[in-house]
Design a protein around this ligand. Structure first.
Ligand code: ADP
Length: 190
């Protein structure tokens, strides 16, 4: 299997690039953010809980997120691989993902981490707010909080994969097509 963690701060382009990667490599796209938003839309209990954190730019608790991710992976029979987008976001989640994948006899192949300047991130998120309807994109204070949470809790996940020699930093600035090509090159060289 080809199991990719597509990593990067909020607004780095993970969702956009995931769409291109799943098409080229025939993978299943699992975005925890998308799954939470679908639950909010469906007014489920999970959605209500997730919304209370997401609206403030905080992380949804690990236990909830890990259980959700596990049950999503289990829905697919014989997939070619997964793109994990927005997961893992803490070292606890990364550890849980490793043990879960090993229990189903597979593992993460590589982490692709998109590097984007902070100013560029903020401007992309505010631009996305014009069409996404996402409350967490529209408010500059919430954006600041998401970036702060990323730096404190999520960025350390890079070292988790670097220690396993699975970390690949990718320049996430420039055109969408150029970034896609860099991701393809990195996967094909692996
Ligand atoms: P972005 O990468 O632009 O922040 P996402 O859609 O990935 O957007 O995430 C939106 C929100 O969903 C996060 O700010 C967080 O509240 C919640 N979320 C998504 N994935 C996770 C996760 N793995 N762990 C905890 N919370 C998460």
């Amino acid at each position: 299997m080809l199991n990719i963690v597509l990593f990067g701060p909020p607004g780095a382009g993970k969702g956009t690039q995931s769409e291109r990667l799943i098409e080229k490599y025939n993978l299943v796209h699992l975005s925890t953010g998308d799954i939470f938003r679908a639950n909010i839309k469906g007014e489920t209990e999970l959605g209500k809980l997730a919304k209370s954190y997401m609206d403030k730019g905080q992380l949804v608790p690990d236990s909830v997120t890990i259980d959700l991710l596990r049950s999503e992976v289990e829905k697919y029979k014989d997939p070619k691989g997964f793109i994990f987008d927005g997961f893992p976001r803490t070292n606890t989640q990364a550890n849980a993902l490793d043990s879960f994948l090993s229990s189903i006899n597979t593992s993460i192949t590589m982490m692709l981490s998109l590097d984007v300047d902070e100013e560029e991130l903020k401007s992309r998120l505010l631009k996305r707010a014009e069409t996404s309807g996402r409350a967490d994109d529209a408010n500059p204070e919430i954006i600041e909080n998401r970036i702060a949470v990323y730096k404190k809790e999520t960025a350390p996940v890079k070292s988790f994969y670097a220690e396993q020699n699975k970390f690949h930093g990718i320049d996430g600035m420039g055109s969408v097509d150029d970034i896609t090509q860099r991701l393809f090159d990195s996967i094909d060289a692996n």
